[in-house]
Ligand binder design. Structure first.
Ligand SMILES: Cc1cn([C@H]2C[C@H](O)[C@@H](COP(=O)(O)OP(=O)(O)O[C@H]3O[C@@H](C)C(=O)[C@@H](O)[C@H]3O)O2)c(=O)[nH]c1=O
Length: 191
């Protein structure tokens, strides 16, 4: 697995080494030892999630509040999505900024999104299967979000707005300036 820091350095792009032969391919899709070596700490993933969505489905931007904050290690096993992570750490020099990366079954890239970030994605292919690990259990009452179209975050979602398919919950998420429960850049949410 090759690791590279994104424009926001705490977000990490992971690219597996793919061994192709006559039968097809083989790759290690997850190695906690190598990821922990690169990060300098060891996220303890406790839950795996999978979702299937059709083109234009936009899920996000979501996060869970501490003490239920989650790191996510995300990938696509069928199709292609634009994946987005937004820095929600007040006081961070990159607060409100985002990282966007194309993830597909073809490029096999993964994104590590630490605690303190909101996460979302839009499906660019006819259909996509999205698979991810989280290092804290789902906790419904800690779920929060920020609007996908917040002008201060200004994400280019690659598709026309009339193609977007979203949950009612996601259509009602607040603007960043109205999100009252934020992370702090001075707190280590892994302690
Ligand atoms: C996220 C989640 C949802 N659910 C349930 C709640 C609900 O009935 C149903 C669908 O939930 P949602 O509409 O919140 O699913 P979805 O919009 O796919 O939520 C996900 O979006 C992406 C962008 C993320 O980053 C994830 O962390 C998660 O928030 O599944 C669980 O049981 N466990 C979970 O971990």
């Amino acid at each position: 697995m090759k690791f590279e820091r994104a424009e926001i350095a705490d977000v990490v792009v992971c690219e597996p080494v793919v061994h192709g032969d006559d039968r097809g391919y083989f790759f290690e899709s997850f190695r906690i030892d190598k990821l922990a070596d690169f990060l300098g700490f060891k996220p303890e993933f406790v839950q795996d999630n999978e979702s299937k969505s059709s083109r234009g489905v936009l899920r996000g931007l979501h996060f869970q509040l501490p003490p239920h904050a989650q790191s996510k290690l995300v990938r696509v096993i069928e199709g292609e999505v634009l994946d987005v992570a937004v820095d929600m750490r007040k006081g961070s020099p990159t607060f409100g900024q985002s990282v966007s990366l194309l993830l597909s079954a073809e490029n096999k890239k993964q994104l590590f999104i630490p605690r303190g970030f909101a996460h979302g994605f839009i499906v660019l292919s006819e259909k996509a299967i999205f698979s991810y690990k989280v290092d804290n259990y789902y906790n419904q009452s800690s779920e929060r979000g920020v609007a996908y179209n917040d002008p201060s975050i200004n994400i280019d979602w690659h598709l026309m707005k009339d193609e977007f398919l979203m949950s009612t919950k996601d259509q009602r998420l607040p603007l960043l300036e109205d999100v009252t429960e934020l992370f702090s850049s001075t707190v280590n949410y892994y302690d």
